[in-house]
Write a protein that binds this ligand. Structure first.
Ligand SMILES: *Cc1c(COP(=O)(O)O)cnc(C)c1O
Length: 363
């Protein structure tokens, strides 16, 4: 039996949140129009800029990442213009649908699940017509693919009037990301994946090009209107009541992340990826994501060679105190995912892999 007092989350979101971070949320409530709140808001900005590697504002919003998807779709696509979505898994597919459901014209470059998008694909599409924005998922959580956003950014940056917007919900703070240097106009994320915060708060960088574009778009809605959000941010505030407790948690978590160091954090994730790959290869499993594009934060283990029963596996691992994933959407069961993100340590990952070994009878 497990010697933990709770199940440690090895699922790719929400992930395990350390007790110190949970406890940071228990500070006494403050009013969001108070100076104490303005101080909190202002204190978060430079820390967020340091971890996003941006000189621009970082939006802090009370929603999950999906809300900022909708915001990006609504704020950046003008009437009569189109967005280009790169689709290759469950999340990138949903984002394209959200753009459409907001009445936007969308073209899609679709690759099979498990494959990455290449800069050449994007270059070909941009040659044939103008797009108001290119929407890319950095780390496709359903398949464990890490897209080459740096290289794709080099292509998109040749077009002045095309915004480069990335979803780094499960990549941010686990996989290398250099927002300004890579020509990313907006990088959006939520709290509950590699950021290792509780769910309910989302973050996004927003450069001046984004705001210029938003001004030219009608019907941006209200809750995710980036112009309104920016107006309030100028006063260290938010248009509506923000998730204050989660901001306390973020404040603490950002201190810890900066103390670990961004590069060290990326490296820790690469080490955990390596451990997971070695384990899968040695036990006769495959890796679902295309070689060369495998995520440092989540591995989709290809179960077609061994065909373990993922329900039994999850039950067994539950007894060891670990909450496991059984695969997502159309690849449920033929794959299962091991999330190695957030504040997970190599020691904990070793325990997880040892538990899996016990289940498959490898030891
Ligand atoms: C989880 C996830 C989302 C959705 O984010 P929510 O915070 O659940 O709304 C979007 N994109 C990716 C890549 C994700 O992993």
């Amino acid at each position: 039996m497990s010697n933990r007092d709770h199940k440690y989350l090895v699922i790719p979101g929400p992930v395990e949140v350390r007790k110190e971070i949970l406890e940071a949320q228990t500070q006494w409530m403050i009013g969001h129009r108070s100076t104490a709140f303005a101080d909190l808001f202002a204190r978060l900005q430079p820390k967020l800029q340091q971890v996003f590697l941006t000189q621009y504002r970082v939006v802090v919003h009370g929603s999950s990442g999906t809300g900022l998807w909708e915001g990006a779709s609504r704020n950046f696509i003008r009437d009569g213009k189109k967005a280009l979505h790169l689709v290759g898994g469950a999340f990138s597919d949903r984002w394209a649908k959200i753009s459409q459901e907001n009445g936007k014209e969308v073209d899609v470059i679709e690759v099979p699940w498990g494959a990455a998008h290449t800069p050449e694909m994007v270059a070909d599409a941009l040659k044939t017509q103008h797009y108001d924005a290119v929407f890319v998922v950095h780390n496709e959580t359903s398949t464990g693919v890490l897209n080459p956003v740096k290289e794709i950014g080099e292509v998109v940056r040749q077009y002045d009037d095309t915004l480069f917007v990335i979803d780094t919900v499960s990549g941010f703070l686990g996989a290398e990301l250099r927002t300004d240097e890579w020509g990313i106009d907006m990088a959006l994320t939520s709290s509950q994946k590699a950021f290792a915060l509780p769910p309910g708060i989302a973050f996004a960088t927003l450069n001046d090009r984004c705001l210029e574009r938003a001004k030219q778009v009608k019907n941006r809605g209200y809750y995710f209107d980036f112009i309104e959000i920016e107006k309030s941010a100028q006063k260290n505030n938010t248009p509506s009541t923000p998730p204050i407790s989660l901001m306390f948690a973020a404040d603490r978590q950002l201190d810890d992340i900066l103390a670990e160091g961004l590069e060290n954090r990326w490296q820790r994730h690469l080490t955990m990826r390596e451990m997971t790959h070695t384990w899968a290869n040695e036990r006769g499993f495959g890796l679902f994501a295309q070689a060369g594009y495998r995520s440092p934060t989540v591995t989709a283990v290809d179960n077609r060679t061994r065909q373990i029963n993922v329900d039994d596996m999850a039950k067994f691992m539950g007894g060891k105190g670990f909450s496991m994933d059984k695969g997502y959407g159309q690849i449920k069961g033929t794959t299962f995912r091991i999330a190695h993100m957030g504040d997970m340590t190599t020691d904990i990952l070793e325990e997880v892999l040892a538990g899996l070994d016990e289940f498959i009878g490898a030891k």
